[in-house]
Design a protein around this ligand. Structure first.
Ligand code: 5AD
Ligand code: SF4
Length: 455
């Protein structure tokens, strides 16, 4: 008997695209067991909270949400509360959950997502709690199902983990060491997705530029496929229209990859290239392994080889020891690069990382003051760039209805710019030519020119 058949589930996801994709996998596995997704945790019999340990607010919001599950459990004795994701790879968090939130039934981590259905069945049958975490893992579990957020676009993991140990970052401790999928497995997955109606894939990894996949067959195990090779292979997949990737580390961005932008028409003219700081001494203290000059040289090469490429980044303000002069270096870099967008972060201590122990932590008031100046500079650059789009015709992959304005659709240009425009639902999932009529700080507005035929 399948104890899970017909049960209603709700997944709450915090954090990055890697987590979003893990949640798609969890959702796919639950649907295979006959469960049905519902929109709120209050209507559900099973709630899964997929946690993030990067953003400080994410953990505050996590504990807040976890508190709310108690009431649901009191009303529904069958209810199963589950938590997973990066935070669960940290012992001090598990201890807090066990001590302060005893209504949690299942804890699992980032390395054993595949085990979730079995854990759930056991809990449903035996009515006991299960906490199962793996420290790290060598193998990669293939062929897990995924219930995609979008019909027409998909995330595809190409690698897991990170070996870089930036001094502020918890990811190498929560996601383990780098592991690469075989190129054949990635290709098979992408072909399958295209057969299922997908026209855009986003390749995921903490540092996709260091991807080194090896062939599966005995005679191919010595053949290394690097990230650029993988892009060339995927560019040949018939029916696929767009390839994106997240995230790339500047220290590993090769000339070969820059050439792939030139050669591969499906690789979108967009790069997310986290800089973190514009100051050499802070970059060194962060263990980023590149200089400001090297970074700027990469951007110069990219913009020269790929005219019109859009560039976004991640920046941390208030890293321990950051002086006003260091911060001004970051500001000047932002003004020089003129990013299309940037994720800006206030440095926050992550227990267990080297920077958490540094004694020259920056007062919150200074961090906030710098943060505001940084956001102003970033917004000015993106507003400036977006204004220049007016009058252009952009190919937009239509994602769905816009939440920002009634009767409009929303989608992304090749350069990952958000565009809203009037249109009907039949365009969702298609690539459409849009004439840009307005460029705002965070998005563009336009109108349909004509339907896009294959290009
Ligand atoms: N404090 C602030 N920002 C951080 N990030 C990672 N760790 C921290 C931290 N401790 C940011 C980096 C990274 C992004 C995903 O999160 O900018 O690129
Ligand atoms: Fe964290 Fe650095 Fe690895 Fe990115 S490259 S996940 S910032 S340690």
């Amino acid at each position: 008997m399948n104890l899970l058949e017909g049960r209603k589930y709700n997944i709450i996801t915090f954090g990055c695209q890697m987590n979003e994709h893990d949640s798609e996998t969890i959702s796919g596995m639950l649907q295979e067991k006959g469960c049905r997704e519902v929109l709120t945790k209050e209507e559900s019999d099973i709630t899964v909270i997929n946690t993030c340990s990067i953003r400080e607010n994410a953990d505050k919001r996590f504990f807040g949400t976890l508190g709310q599950l108690k009431k649901i459990k009191e009303k529904n004795p069958q209810y199963i509360a589950c938590v997973c994701g990066c935070m669960m790879q940290q012992q001090h968090i598990i201890d807090t959950v066990k001590k302060k939130y005893p209504w949690v039934d299942i804890i699992f981590g980032t390395h054993n997502i595949d085990r979730f259905p079995q854990l759930l069945e056991k809990v449903a049958c035996e009515k006991q709690k299960i906490f199962e975490i793996m420290e790290d893992r060598q193998d990669i579990v293939e062929n897990l199902p995924a219930k995609r957020l979008f019909r027409h676009k998909a995330f595809v993991n190409i690698m897991y983990g990170c070996n870089n140990f930036c001094t502020y970052c918890i990811v190498p401790y929560t996601r383990g060491r780098e592991k690469n999928r075989h190129p054949e497995d990635i290709l098979d997955e992408v072909r399958g997705l295209v057969g299922d109606g997908v026209n855009e894939v986003t390749l995921l990894g903490q540092n996709v530029n260091s991807y080194r996949g090896r062939g599966k067959k005995a005679e191919d195990t010595d053949t290394v496929c690097d990230f650029a090779d993988l892009i060339y292979m995927l560019n040949d997949v018939e029916g696929l229209e767009r390839i994106r990737f997240m995230t790339s580390h500047p220290k590993d961005l090769s000339d070969k990859l820059i050439q792939a932008y030139v050669d591969c028409d499906k690789l979108c003219n967009y790069i997310h290239l986290p800089v973190q700081s514009g100051s050499d001494s802070i970059l060194q203290a962060m263990n980023r392994k590149y200089s400001r000059e090297h970074y700027l040289e990469l951007v110069r090469k990219l913009t020269e080889a790929v005219p019109g490429i859009t560039v976004s980044t991640d920046i941390i303000v208030g890293f321990p020891g950051e002086t006003e002069a260091d911060f001004e270096e970051t500001l000047s870099l932002v003004k020089q690069v003129k990013y299309d967008s940037a994720f800006t972060f206030l440095y926050s201590i992550r227990k267990g990382t080297p920077a958490a122990e540094y004694d020259d932590q920056i007062p919150e008031s200074i961090k906030h003051e710098r943060f505001n100046r940084l956001v102003d500079a970033v917004n000015e650059a993106s507003a400036h760039n977006n204004a220049a789009y007016v009058g252009r015709i952009e190919k937009v992959l239509v994602d769905g209805r816009s939440k920002r304005k009634d009767n409009t659709l929303t989608g992304r240009t090749e350069g990952f710019k958000l565009v809203d425009f009037p249109g009907d639902d039949s365009l969702i999932g298609q690539i459409v030519n849009i004439e840009i009529t307005e460029g705002k700080t965070f998005s563009l507005f336009g109108k349909v020119v004509q339907r896009h035929a294959a290009f």
